[in-house]
Design a protein around this ligand. Sequence first.
Ligand SMILES: [Ca+2]
Ligand SMILES: [Ca+2]
Ligand SMILES: [Ca+2]
Length: 476
Amino acid sequence: MITKKFLLMGSMAVMGVAFISCSNESLFDDNAYHKQKEEAYTSNFEKRYGKIDPNQTWDFTTDTPTYSMVSTGGATRAAASLETADFTCEVREMDIQPDISTYIAANLPKGQNNSSKGRKFEMVIGENDFTVVPLFQGCASYYWELWMTVEGVGEYKIWSKGEGLKYRKAGTNDEFQTVGTGKDGMDSSKGPFEVKAPSYTFNNLPTGNSMAFSLRVWTSYDKFLAYEQNPLNEANHPIISSSVDAWMIDLQNAPVPVGLPEGYSATIIGCEDNKHGDNDFEDLVFMVYGKPVPPTKRVEKVIEQKSKRYIMEDLGETDDFDFNDVVFDIFYDRKEITYIYDNADATVPSDTQTRTLENLGVVRAAGGTLDFAIKIAGEEVWVKSENVSKTQMINTQPGYNPYNVMGEFKATGYIANANNVSVVVEDRGSNDGVHSIPFPEAGVAPKIVAVPVTTNWMNERVKVPTDWFTPKPANN
Ligand SMILES: [Ca+2]
Ligand SMILES: [Ca+2]
Ligand SMILES: [Ca+2]
């Protein structure tokens, strides 16, 4: 949510100037004042970097796209159910032997990052039936449902947290205890356990189609109830934690469970329920089995994007030229590309899907002591004083973090060729108002320049080196 507070205060300050100047004999001309500051800046800039070539432009970036693996999983999406297919699902109860909880205790220790134990995946539906069985439910305060998404069919809810799942310490005659919908899950360090679990056997799903799993996660059971009452309210929508977004992994070294009938194989899947979570992948562990189990496909997602870094001199100190008073990156022409492979070892994808993403701005540093607002296409998108103290210099001291994220904003309307960015800065004096710094025209002393995002900005009060601004010959 962007507020307009900053600019309102700015215009009030300008009104203050007008009032004071009217009541004063010496007429104070705001434009003249800023013009004088501009001239002083140009003069200081040329003293430092030499005479500016009238053809010199200030965008030093190239147009090369970059690729990066998608690291974040479930974006919040609208939950929709399409139970239109004529497949069948038979529910039974299944006894799970203690070998599974022994495996989980050894391989998915609670609270450890276990993401290297498996991979994100899809499955391919075969001609035979297959069965989904929840095996283990860790202790977690979130509430979730296990869903299946089948290409060409839709989404189908398989199971909800706690439903029909019972366990007891192995080798005892204790009563089986139920697992609830809250924190009262199974603690793998207190096992091994014998488990009675519901099993869901699917028949007649379309052979050859892709299938993926997801958890729909609500931060509490109350949130889920709010969703049930008002599913149209976006605030009640679940987070989607999916097997194609690496929130569920097919465990690579898992055993075939003791007691599966002859000839059957199984894939055991660990789930993480929280995108800011511990990645222990033991919040839910379930298996898919069949004769054979539906084969797993490898899925990879990458983001292709172009980028520019804008670094800025805020006119606070006209002889400073560290160009780190505002540093932000814009990622544009963004696409998420999903590569789908026939099997885990394939090197050539059998299918790709592309989704267009919104332009993204990331604020990296703010090495000035004046308040400022970043504008994209004339829209205010980020204000320093709404996020940190305006006088604080952030991430510009030696050893600063070049990947720091001070803030993010949607860069809707950004046009890379036009460099339609500007920064509105509060002036030094309390009555000086604000002034807007656009991306500079060719040949003027720049206060903003665009550089590749791989270019590091200056440490505090270190001038940008002269060769950055060496005049370049005019186009051809
Ligand atoms: Ca977890
Ligand atoms: Ca500066
Ligand atoms: Ca600075």
